[in-house]
Design a protein around this ligand. Structure first.
Ligand SMILES: Nc1ncnc2c1ncn2[C@@H]1O[C@H](COP(=O)(O)OP(=O)(O)OP(=O)(O)O)[C@@H](O)[C@H]1O
Ligand SMILES: [Mg+2]
Length: 296
């Protein structure tokens, strides 16, 4: 089993440190290093999940390559030998868990697309009959497939929880034209990814994209269809009317909920069997997705 990487310190300037990824500034480019950190309920846990960083990085790379015909994205290289000389001493650490990308001017919006009614979308629907301003038919069950995918943006909160906003609110914060463009692109990418995943018996219930501007053009950045950004369900066990098991932090969230933790940092350590089962789930997601044959 690989080492669990929680922190990195490379010989290049740091650009940002997210909950999961460490970003380094290479001038025109960024280096994204995906660690094995895991967050739940917006708090980073004290231990890592073996293989998680590699799985997320490899899934993103797979999807960025697969959706390149739809919209330009930030991926430049994942082959460490193509990285700048200052990084060559860290080749072993970086192999499989990093990517070189274009530095974009981030648009501060979480571009969420939902094809199924789950998570905060389900909770909003139960409370209001709507999800981010989309009125939905009454009487829908949890986890049902929606008549068509809906765009349900959220703010990118500097700290704390991202908040769902209406499309009108997004339009007033970034401009009507850009908001409409983000919506159309997000739905197109989601629909393509969802159809691809279906070939592997997976449902992409919902997903989140981030976009940036690069040389004046819209570019897909961040991550693509990872279990951290998307709800993957197994077609074989899917049944509406209840929450679905998903390829991500389900075991972690469940364990934390029953642990009595108050959801404020610091989070408790997870038991080894939960860590192990979670690691296996991430690896299974990678194997299933990367087995999708290429047909276009
Ligand atoms: N090509 C890019 N250019 C500029 N910024 C990027 C690019 N790709 C990703 N980012 C930003 O880098 C950060 C990646 O870190 P990570 O996703 O681990 O952070 P996070 O804790 O989720 O924080 P955030 O809420 O900001 O996403 C994000 O803030 C993301 O918006
Ligand atoms: Mg993020």
């Amino acid at each position: 089993m690989d080492d669990v990487i929680l922190e990195t310190a490379l010989a290049v300037p740091r650009y940002a440190r997210g909950k999961v990824r460490d970003m380094y500034d290479l001038g025109e480019h960024l280096l994204i290093v995906t660690t094995d950190r895991i967050s739940a309920f917006d708090v980073v846990l004290p231990m890592g999940i073996p293989a998680k960083g590699r799985v997320l990085n490899q899934l993103s790379a797979f999807w960025f390559r697969r959706i390149g015909h739809l919209i330009p994205n930030h991926l430049i290289a994942t082959d460490v030998t193509a990285y700048p000389a200052e990084l060559q001493n860290d080749r072993e650490l970086l192999a499989g868990r990093s990517m070189l990308v274009h530095k974009a001017e981030r648009i501060d919006a979480e571009c969420v697309v939902r094809g199924y009614l789950a998570g905060s979308g389900w909770r909003d629907y139960v409370r209001t009959g709507e999800v981010c301003g989309h009125a939905l038919p009454p009487g829908l069950q949890e986890s049902v497939e929606l008549p068509e995918p809906i765009f349900t943006p959220a703010t990118k909160a500097e700290t704390g929880h991202d908040e769902n906003i209406s499309r009108a609110e997004l339009a007033s914060s970034i401009g009507t034209e850009l908001a409409a463009q983000l919506e159309a692109e997000s739905i197109a990418i989601y629909e393509f990814g969802r159809a691809e995943a279906q070939k592997a018996g997976l449902i992409v219930a919902d997903t989140k994209f981030e976009f940036g501007l690069y040389e004046g053009e819209l570019m897909l950045i961040d991550e693509a269809f990872t279990p951290d950004s998307s709800r993957y369900w197994d077609t074989d066990v899917y049944a509406p009317g209840r929450p679905q098991p998903s390829y991500d932090k389900e075991f972690v969230r469940e364990w934390l909920r029953q642990s009595g933790w108050n959801m404020e940092p610091p989070a408790p350590m997870l038991p080894d069997d939960i860590v192990q089962k979670t690691s296996e789930k991430y690896l299974e997601a990678l194997h299933r997705v990367t087995a999708i044959p290429q047909t276009h």
